[in-house]
Design a protein around this ligand. Structure first.
Ligand SMILES: Cc1cc2nc3c(=O)[nH]c(=O)nc-3n(C[C@H](O)[C@H](O)[C@H](O)COP(=O)(O)O)c2cc1C
Length: 212
């Protein structure tokens, strides 16, 4: 296995990136995300979300980016999930987008906070009813006895609300990440990759090239 893994490698030659690419990293994120969507990447908006508890023990999971609003990255989740508890303890996160076919990665670090209940309501209403029921039924990250129990719970909720709208559970909603650091990685030939890093200093972005 190890030898097999040690011999797995490929050359990156899809594109290039330099310091003059864009002075606005938020706009550059939008461009790359749009290009990932247009290139029909699977789950083009999937991003790894890293959190850490107050003992600085890290954890990661994938969530979906649901918007970039006012220069903030928006995702939705359960506020009492594992990630939600860690965010409440330590509201600093990292995000990572990886599009293998485009040979690109974006890494974001920033402060995170819940969005307003009104905005969470607005997005919840847009979701398919089955997703709303599943969200209402789930106590995300808690241990459950069986899948059957979960399905029965969903059926019960569907029957309880019948033709009425499913209300947004108060412990589910959006988070907004306000970036302080954004780094773009474009794979290049012979491991001489392009890395362009933007650090926010008050309201401006300081841009630097990093060694691969
Ligand atoms: C492609 C993909 C998209 C996902 N999107 C979300 C999402 O938007 N929100 C969410 O809470 N979980 C999402 N999940 C599930 C999370 O990865 C994770 O299992 C869940 O949020 C519980 O994480 P936690 O126990 O660390 O809080 C997604 C998983 C995958 C693989």
């Amino acid at each position: 296995m190890t030898t097999q893994l040690q011999n797995l490698r490929r050359e990156y030659q899809h594109a290039q990136l330099d310091l003059t690419t864009n002075t606005d990293p938020i706009n550059q994120c939008e461009i790359w995300i749009n290009e990932a969507i247009e290139a029909q990447m699977p789950d083009p908006t999937a991003m790894l979300l890293a959190t850490a508890n107050k003992k600085a023990e890290p954890s990661t999971r994938v969530v979906l980016l649901k918007g970039i609003e006012n220069s903030q990255f928006i995702f939705y989740s359960h506020y009492q999930s594992h990630k939600g508890v860690e965010i409440a303890e330590n509201p600093v996160v990292a995000l990572n987008f990886f599009w293998p076919m485009l040979e690109r990665q974006i890494m974001v670090k920033g402060q995170v906070a819940p969005i307003s209940p009104a905005l969470s309501d607005a997005y919840f209403e847009l979701r398919p009813r089955a997703s709303q029921i599943a969200t209402y039924a789930s106590h995300q990250s808690q241990i459950i006895d069986s899948r059957e129990d979960l399905l029965k719970h969903c059926e019960k909720i569907a029957a309880e609300f019948q033709d009425k709208p499913i209300p947004r559970p108060k412990n589910w909603g959006g988070y907004a990440v306000s970036p302080t650091y954004i780094e773009f990685w474009q794979g290049r030939e012979s491991r001489l990759h392009d890395r362009i890093a933007y650090t926010r200093i008050e309201n401006t972005w300081n841009v630097k090239r990093l060694s691969p």
